[in-house]
Design a protein around this ligand. Structure first.
Ligand code: NAD
Ligand code: 3PG
Length: 469
């Protein structure tokens, strides 16, 4: 990343702070203007307990994609940020153009923030995934560029669990087929191959937030629950952990997948695994599309081994509503569409009013706290670092955020720079190759800020420097 980025920093007089402000080659006066106006922004706060906002918040540009809930949009607008909200995702070329300009981006599961896209995101300081999954973001590339990533770890878990419960019964009773037939005017009253779920065994692969909820709901319907997870976990109710995926597949009437998209879960359910499943059993995938080998599923359903399936997620998903789900996107799409007792849903596991509004609040709050105060609590790719908010009765304080390479000797050099001031509080932590330092220093005047900033930027270990307040 070049130093000449338009990243907002605090301007003492509250004037526009996005002026190539961190380029050491530009005059510091362009950034840190008019000492006589120092702290006028702060002085305007009426209550000494009121939290301060750094820099000119209306300079912060936010791009929200994929129809992010109005609760999240409102929180970001109330901060004074410039918010542009689009209904769908963007193709890579358009995303690269748009991302060049923004400081904050909010996405859901479809927008791919790859290393290539992030290379163009010169002003970006933070990414909000308004969903659970973060597999769509190159988390390491983001951390190495000093971009924090936040998500909402469990706000839609219950919604997914409830969808899966509905699908277990729908598959057992061939509900989707009966409904489609009657839509076409065909009366087809059958009981062959239709079952109660009471007394059947549900096998949960991945016993995390969603798997847990599901376990409780399934037992309440009289099902037995077994689960497989790579870590040893406490069982809910009378559920039993099994030692291998094979044991789970052999023991379950219904198999439901709730693992993240990682290399180990790629095609986790393929021909060999369908071979282990009980004849006439069912498969549900509401995790990620890459977890199931779809041609193998088609084969297993055509052979009668699998009596039904519900699929909510796909290896390639259309960018937005109304787009086609067919051969142009996925070679096997027509095969899926031709199968009986196969429920196809357009990635709606987390799509409820409750989940979306809770996610909107949770992620937007985390973004604002990061932009305004530098707090990384809840970040998925950075160490979690926080200091209490500065208040109006702490005049002439500056908060330094220094994201740097995790190499020996950096803290000594940073503290040599900060040491000329009173360091009131400081916290630092590292995660992988990246470390995050937060320090509040007092008795700082206008000229000191420019010099502090430039000295930190000049250290070879620097990933990103921010000066707040
Ligand atoms: N369809 C949707 O709309 C929707 C909504 C929310 C989440 N999701 C997906 O569901 C996934 C699970 O969500 P969650 O909140 O329960 O996640 P979670 O992190 O709480 O739980 C995932 C569990 O999977 C386990 N796991 C990881 N790798 C495994 C492996 N190889 N074998 C077995 N277990 C493994 C983990 O140990 C963990 O317990 C998310 O990663 C997301 O991709 C989809
Ligand atoms: O990761 C998630 O939370 C789910 O897959 C939901 O994604 P969505 O917000 O894009 O529907």
């Amino acid at each position: 990343m070049s130093a000449a980025q338009n990243i907002p920093t605090r301007n003492r007089d509250g004037a526009s702070a996005v002026t190539n402000s961190f380029d050491p080659s530009t005059s510091p006066t362009a950034t840190f203007t008019s000492p006589s106006n120092s702290f006028s922004h702060r002085a305007s706060q009426s209550s000494s307990t009121k939290q301060l906002k750094p820099f000119n918040t209306q300079d912060v540009k936010v791009l929200l994609l994929e129809n992010i809930n109005v609760t999240g949009q409102d929180i970001l607008r109330q901060q004074g940020y410039q918010v542009e909200a689009l209904k769908s995702s963007l193709p890579e070329d358009q995303l690269i153009e748009k991302i060049k300009d923004v400081h904050v981006i909010g996405i859901r599961s479809k927008t791919k923030l790859t290393a290539k896209v992030l290379e163009h995101a010169k002003n970006l300081i933070v990414i909000g995934c308004f969903c659970i999954g973060t597999n769509q973001v190159d988390l390491t590339a983001a951390a190495n560029a000093g971009i924090a990533v936040f998500n909402s770890p469990f706000s839609n878990s219950r919604s997914v669990a409830e969808l899966v419960i509905s699908e277990i019964i729908a598959l057992a009773r061939q509900l989707a087929d009966r409904s489609m037939e009657l839509h076409k005017g065909i009366w087809n009253k059958v009981s062959a191959g239709c079952w109660e779920v009471r007394g059947k065994t549900l096998g949960i692969v991945g016993y995390g937030h969603i798997g847990n909820q599901l376990s409780v709901l399934a037992e309440a319907m009289g099902m037995s629950v077994i689960y497989y997870d790579v870590v040893n976990l406490m069982s809910m109710g009378t559920a039993k952990q099994v030692p291998t995926l094979k044991a789970l597949l052999e023991g379950a009437d219904f198999v439901t997948l709730h693992v993240p998209e990682i290399p180990e879960t790629q095609n986790m359910i393929s021909t060999e695994q369908f071979g282990y499943m009980r004849k006439g059993s069912y498969l549900i995938n509401a995790s990620r599309g890459t977890v199931v080998d779809i041609p193998a599923l088609v084969e297993a359903m055509r052979s009668g081994k699998i009596a039904g399936a519900a699929i909510d997620v796909y290896p390639n998903e259309p960018a937005g509503n109304g787009d086609y789900f067919n051969k142009e996107l996925n070679t096997w799409a027509e095969d899926l569409r031709s199968l009986k007792n196969l429920i196809l849903t357009p990635h709606i596991g987390g799509s409820t009013e409750e989940a979306q509004s809770a996610i909107g609040v949770e992620v937007a709050d985390a973004l604002a706290k990061y932009v305004n105060e530098g707090s990384t609590v809840g970040a998925v790719n950075m160490p979690e670092v926080n200091l209490r908010s500065l208040t109006a009765d702490e005049p002439n304080h500056v908060r330094i955020i220094y994201i740097h390479k995790n190499v020996p000797g950096v803290l000594r050099r940073v503290n040599e720079v900060l040491g000329e001031h009173n360091v009131d509080k400081q916290m630092t932590d590292s995660r992988g190759d990246v470390a995050y330092l937060m320090a509040d220093i007092s008795n700082v005047n206008q000229r000191d800020i420019a010099s502090l900033y430039n000295s930190l930027e000049d250290l070879g270990s620097r990933v990103r420097t921010r000066v707040l307040y």
